[in-house]
Design a protein around this ligand. Structure first.
Ligand code: ADP
Length: 592
């Protein structure tokens, strides 16, 4: 119960100045639930009159009036309920909307590395689905809950108003029904629910793995049995569901039977009260009233029953949202310091990813002078991408300092830092908008001719020429397809337009065709003119001419020097270079 309360107050934090909408919905729902009980009293009046005047029914003069009153109260209850739903929906959509906005605003303040670490799909799911999960709860379940609490109170009063003996006996199945329900929905149920959710999640994850792995299965001619994990998760889920259903079957059976069986108790009591004689008219009347009235109990209790389950769904949703909101943005300097030049320096930098067991970088120290072009090479996982990420401050170093122009990146405000450093990602994503807008993303004030100039320098003329509407062509529309290399060139044009003095190039690992590769290299060369360039070289094609090459292995700088120096000293780079030469000759051999 305590937990539910805190869920609600947490949700209310997102309501801003519109909390009154939620509260109004509850009040209206209580009024509606109370109004809904009144028609039963009028129906009772009708029956009473009919029995009292029998057999001369012409004396029953109040039937029509009472009938209309019953209709009026029923209608009134429905109208008030609509009002309640309107308020609750307005508040629910507002709260879900605010939740999304707050989370998205928070994400925009988080270091860029967060999305990479958490996975963009997962973040999207949390933002969308978790806020949606609260919608149903706030829009329907909360007002219904207020009504469902009001109904039994009104019911109990009414039950004792007419004949306390019938009132008492019709409460017996309710109480026993409740006991059965608590047996089922107690703390054990919350635990089972958690198990159920994790079994489901496990199955979903395995299913995704399975689908991802289909190409491998097909290529190597494996059967589905190679996905033992997937099958295991299905079996697990199946076993859990069956045993869970079996556990619930008994209590559920009793609960349903009891709350629907009030009439049996009433008949028994009526027979006892009659004591074998003809039943008294007053007793008969009361008996009829209770037979009409008690079915409402069923409806009210069924609603109460599903409440705990919904509370759990909301608690889960809030927990997920908090997994994002609890992450802290990197601290921003009060006043941005200006870098003295365009050099980049690491001084004893160590870094570890939050979910990793070992350091990604250990005491890395190097300096890149302004205007130099350097390359980072080394085996995969050596730490090249991490070095690049730290320069752009996707994360902060755990130890040591990262400096640009002699100033620690922590002392430069995010916006200013982004004007200093431009990052060309390996898989540069283009948005589903025109080429013009895609390029202009980096500098919204750029004119069309400036965009065209950037595209020209980035070797994109051939791409623009083949597109139906030139730079106004929207990417992703029917028939407009750009290859990986072409997308990369457009992305280079984007960075070109930004004109930042320090450029980080994350070189693509593979190219489909040599022609594209040559153009991309040419675009890189244009981009690098008069800039400080830090190249992350996954292959060695372009590093030969770099002013300096750093060899990164296991998070440490193993070696540094020019190409010639490194080849001569017979180090790891020399071996890598040799292997690379061999692989090229293989390729050439293959073409022959
Ligand atoms: P490279 O670019 O040289 O291939 P990275 O900088 O990507 O190397 O990786 C350095 C180390 O950090 C590796 O051991 C890698 O497994 C680890 N790593 C990289 N990204 C993450 C991440 N998001 N979470 C945890 N560990 C990571």
């Amino acid at each position: 119960m305590k937990k539910k309360k805190s869920n609600l107050s947490e949700l209310m934090q997102f309501a801003g100045n519109h909390k009154f909408l939620t509260y109004s919905s509850w009040i209206l729902s209580v009024i509606s639930a109370t109004l809904a009980l009144v028609p039963f009293v009028y129906i009772f009046f009708i029956i009473k009159e009919v029995i009292e005047v029998a057999p001369d029914f012409s004396n029953a003069t109040h039937i029509v009036f009472n009938g209309w009153m019953a209709v009026a109260f029923a209608l009134g209850s429905i109208i008030v309920y609509f009002g309640a739903l309107m308020c609750s929906h307005l508040s629910a959509f507002r709260i879900a909307g605010n939740m999304r906005k707050t989370t998205m605003n928070h994400i925009s303040e988080l270091p860029l590395g967060f999305i990479g670490e958490a996975g963009s799909g997962k973040v999207r799911r949390i933002v969308n689905e978790s806020s949606r999960a609260t919608e149903t709860f706030l829009a329907h379940q909360l007002p219904d809950m207020a009504g469902a609490i009001a109904t039994p109170i009104g019911m109990i009063i009414m039950l004792f108003l007419f004949d306390w003996r019938f009132g008492l006996i019709s409460l017996v199945p309710v109480v026993v029904g409740f006991l059965c329900m608590f047996k089922m929905a107690g703390p054990k149920m919350a635990e089972d629910m958690k198990k159920y959710n994790s079994a489901l999640e496990d199955m979903n994850n395995q299913a995704v793995e399975y689908v991802r792995g289909v190409p491998v299965v097909k290529t190597f001619n494996q059967t589905v049995h190679s996905f033992k994990k997937f099958q295991g998760s299905i079996d697990n889920y199946y076993k859990f569901c069956v045993s869970y259903c079996k556990k619930c079957r008994g209590p559920m059976l009793w609960f349903t039977m009891l709350i629907n069986s009030a009439f049996a108790f009433l008949i028994t009591l009526a027979l006892i009260l009659a004591g074998g004689e003809a039943i008294e008219q007053k007793v008969l009347l009361n008996f009829i009233f209770y037979v009409i009235f008690t079915p409402i109990i069923t409806t009210a209790l069924t609603k109460v029953m599903y409440m705990s389950e919904n509370g759990m769904i909301v608690a889960d949703a809030l927990e997920r949202i908090h997994s994002i909101l609890d992450l802290k943005p990197l601290p921003e300097a009060e006043k941005s310091q200006k870098p003295k030049d365009n050099s980049v320096e690491f001084d004893g930098v160590s870094f570890r990813y939050s979910n990793a067991q070992t350091d990604a970088l250990q005491g890395v120290t190097f300096k890149v002078n302004a205007g130099q072009t350097v390359a980072f090479v080394g085996p995969s996982g050596g730490g090249k991408t991490t070095v690049a990420g730290l320069i752009s401050r996707f994360w902060d170093a755990l130890e040591g300092s990262v400096k640009i122009g002699g100033v620690d990146v922590k002392e430069i405000r995010h916006e200013d830092l982004m004007n200093e450093v431009a990052y060309v990602f390996q898989d540069s994503r283009l948005l589903k908008t025109s080429i013009l807008e895609n390029v202009r993303l980096s500098n919204p004030n750029a004119s069309e001719s400036e965009v065209l100039e950037a595209l020209r320098k980035a070797q994109c003329d051939d791409i623009i020429a083949k597109l139906p509407n030139g730079i106004h062509t929207v990417i992703g529309t029917k028939g407009v397809y750009l290859s990986g290399g072409e997308q990369q060139r457009i992305a280079i044009a984007r960075v070109m337009l930004k004109n930042a003095p320090i450029i980080i190039l994350d070189e693509a690992t593979a190219f489909a065709d040599p022609e594209n590769e040559a153009l991309v290299q040419k675009a890189f060369t244009e981009l690098a003119k008069d800039k400080t360039v830090i190249m992350i070289a996954h292959r060695l094609t372009t590093v030969k001419n770099a002013d300096k090459i750093f060899v990164l292995k296991d998070g440490k700088i193993e070696d540094a020097g020019t190409h010639n120096e490194l080849v001569k000293n017979g180090s790891m780079y020399a071996k890598m270079w040799k292997d690379y030469q061999t692989s090229i000759s293989w390729k050439v051999g293959g073409v022959k």
